[in-house]
Write a protein that binds this ligand. Sequence first.
Ligand SMILES: C[S@@+](CC[C@H](N)C(=O)[O-])C[C@H]1O[C@@H](n2cnc3c(N)ncnc32)[C@H](O)[C@@H]1O
Length: 508
Amino acid sequence: MSDLFQWFQSQNGDVDITSLTIADIPGHGRGALALKDLPEGFTLFTIPRELTLSTRTSSLPGRIGKPAWKHFGLDKGWVGLILCIMWEEAQGSSSKWSGYLSSLPSSFDTPMFWNSADLQELQGTAVVDKIGKEQAERDYNGKLLPVVQSRVDLFPPESLSEHYTLHRYHLTGSRILSRSFHVEPWMGGDDDVSDDGSQGPDEAVAKMDVDAERSVVETGTIPGSSETTKELNDELEGPTDDEDDEDEDADDPADVAMVPMADMLNARFGSENAKLFYEEHHLKMVTTKPIKAGEQIWNTYGDPPNSDLLRRYGHVDLVPLEPPLAGLGNPADIVEIGADLAVFAAKKDSPEKLQDKIDWWLEVANDDTFVIGTDCQLPEELVSFARLLFLPRDEWEKVRQKSKLPKPKIDAQVLSVAEDVLSRRINEYSTTIEDDEALLALENAQPLSLNKKHALIVRHGEKRILHGTLQHVNQLQAQAQSSIGGNNKRKNRDGAEVSGTKGKKARS
Ligand SMILES: C[S@@+](CC[C@H](N)C(=O)[O-])C[C@H]1O[C@@H](n2cnc3c(N)ncnc32)[C@H](O)[C@@H]1O
């Protein structure tokens, strides 16, 4: 690792090697450890902006030329950055980043590289449909290979089988996915951007900046906000064809940068004690809490659920959970529930045609997926959607006219839909929660492969939420029943007429 420090310092990076070291940490790959007690606000290292690696700082876009860069679609998505990194690596020691690139991992534990038997273990989880391997392959064939083949001066044919293979494309994409940061151009000071908005890579470097708040969240990259996640999926893994033209509002892919040294920090839910700050000419990693000698220095990846951690980074978080859940897990875990499950559940009871309501919902709420977290509460959107599906004609007309979603008020009909939805969702996994718990209990005695263990933790985390929510729904149903019963009894005692109600018939 001293090779990385040496290279970093030779490129005007500043690191305090008496305060931190990079070491192998069991189960975490490499990470940063404090060598002495560090106070809050201590600068661990400083990275000159020109040492970040992006389509702004690599000289490749300038060599290809802006019109050709655009023509090949390298200005959209992440193919441009992937190509820059592959090209810099192919330059060997003549690349400014050679000492950095040789420190990057060459294998990943992410599902992108799993075999089909291991992928099967993820059935039902939020990971499966988001891996995007096929789309990445289409981008490689449709965008990267054409430019590589058109410029033999930059990409000598004999270098293709070593540096520009599909495997290296996936590997480089995974390096970006797990290590890049969001680094925007510096907005302070004069702006050298020419009228047509063009900037040469070098002049742009001095102007990179990031909105610190955002960058912190999105650090590690990209870890962060949902827009960034979408951008990531669309750009690294590729948008679906019909999404290709819709991304005008998406963040600029030129803001995605590899940040040497900063990407050596690991992250764990709720453990952040350092963060990257952005200044005009430098990025700085600064402690945000006092850190004791020997402790790990943690960045944040935005605390995603285990399904996303596994997909992007190849690991999962296990920390103590709070009620209603217990044991170890990721407090940021979620379960995604397709709106179609609610439609199935509603169709069972409601003879009415639902298509108009569904179309209206998709237009107004723009949401076809409901998300439940570790609090195991029914999402308001699901409640509102379930109510919509059952609205009588006159109320439905009013709602439509006002363009206002139904209030998320839980009633017996909503609970019945929720019960059905949760049960259907639970059935989407190929194993039961009891199967998973038996495997987890056996794990110490009969260790699973890392992939199988990670898949087990992700799917068990999701099922725990589903079962917790189902239990909550059943409790609400029981409460409703008993209060109906209580009312009936009271009415009976009071001598009023007893109405026959579902589940609690009046006894004479
Ligand atoms: C930004 S890099 C951090 C440095 C990395 N450990 C290395 O050896 O180069 C992100 C990668 O670190 C690993 N990592 C980060 N946090 C982790 C954690 N809490 N547990 C296990 N692995 C972790 C994952 O492999 C992830 O893809």
